[in-house]
Design a protein around this ligand. Structure first.
Ligand SMILES: Cc1ncc(C[n+]2csc(CCOP(=O)(O)OP(=O)(O)O)c2C)c(N)n1
Ligand SMILES: [Mg+2]
Length: 305
């Protein structure tokens, strides 16, 4: 296992620290693009070093998790158990590399710990456990459970008159699970509006394209018919992502669902939209090529290291 963690340009780790001291309002689009590219490099390196895991989903979610962690959520890495924190649950547990990377960048733990991903005894298990790390609010890996977990948590917080909001990452593949729809019905029936699910609509699952494995039909109309308000947004447009969360947070009469159109493997051309990269680690040459491509994005930014 490597203990060093050298990604990005010299000075980028310091730039990250500086960005972490800025208030949300002062973060520019350039800052966010820097953060998303670093998130992507971390993801590739984690799965490469572990020689197992899921690179595709996390790369496709990097832009959304960047905006969520840096522009939307109220949370304190220095006090992860802060009672008023917003909760973030993930239902598609296999994409946890994006969440661990986001947490390390935010300062919950050192980025070097990312090198323990998927090792025996590590806090960073391949499917996340709430036993090991603060801020991991739910254990996941068994698909389809997250909307129930988050719905119950949100309802509990509402009954306690808490202002905390509950964010939940979901995926399209797991909408084939019946439990998702039981939860959708219950949350709408109880008008739970402090839950803010966002769904990774990449049309890919473990065995191929969702539409071929078991088609979901019109996902927007389906959630609407269960009593939800629904928006469909581009999960790689930083502005649209921020607007989508603001829309969700303004829910009043019905829960709101964000369907993000995403590209599995986004940012690494040979992984994009290819179901083979759902759960295969990159070989060394793939890792090197991925880094070249992600660094091109980082180099295009006019931010001093
Ligand atoms: C209940 C359950 N059934 C099956 C699996 C095996 N499995 C792991 S990932 C996956 C595909 C899920 O689709 P999605 O989350 O859309 O995948 P991605 O877009 O990240 O490729 C499946 C079926 C599981 N983890 N849980
Ligand atoms: Mg999918």
């Amino acid at each position: 296992m490597k203990t060093s963690w050298e990604i990005g340009k010299p000075g980028d780790a310091e730039l990250l620290q500086k960005i972490n001291t800025l208030p949300k309002e002062e973060l520019s689009e350039q800052h966010l693009r820097f953060l998303a590219s670093r998130l992507r490099m971390n993801i590739v390196e984690m799965v490469y070093q572990a020689n197992s895991g899921h690179p595709g989903g996390p790369l496709g979610l990097a832009d959304i998790y960047t905006v969520l962690a840096y522009k939307i959520m109220n949370h304190k890495p220095s006090n992860p158990e802060w009672e008023q924190r917003d909760r973030l649950l993930i239902s598609n547990g296999h994409v946890c590399a994006v969440r661990y990377s986001m947490m390390a960048m935010k300062g919950y733990f050192p980025e070097t710990e990312l090198s323990t991903f998927r090792q025996l005894g590590s806090r960073l298990q391949g499917h996340p456990s709430s036993k090991f790390l603060p801020m991991v609010e739910n254990s996941s890996g068994s698909l389809g459970q997250g909307l129930s977990n988050a719905g119950g948590l949100a309802l509990g917080l509402k009954l306690r008159k808490s202002d905390s909001r509950v964010f939940l990452g979901m995926s399209d593949g797991e909408c084939q699970e019946g439990m998702t729809w039981e939860a959708a019905m219950a949350i709408a029936h109880r008008k739970v509006t402090n839950i803010h699910p966002f769904l990774d609509w990449n049309n890919i699952q473990i065995d191929g394209n969702v539409e071929n494995v078991m088609a979901l039909g019109d996902l927007q109309k389906k959630f609407e018919s269960f009593g939800w308000e629904v928006t469909v947004k581009d999960g790689h447009n930083l502005q649209e992502i921020e607007e989508a969360f603001a829309w969700s947070l303004a829910a009043k009469d019905a829960p709101r669902m964000i369907l993000f159109k995403t590209v599995l493997g986004k940012g690494v051309s040979f992984m994009e939209n290819n179901p083979d990269w759902h759960g295969s680690p990159p070989k060394e040459k793939d890792r090197d090529e991925a880094f070249i491509q992600i660094m091109r994005e980082r180099d295009s930014l006019s931010l001093a290291s």
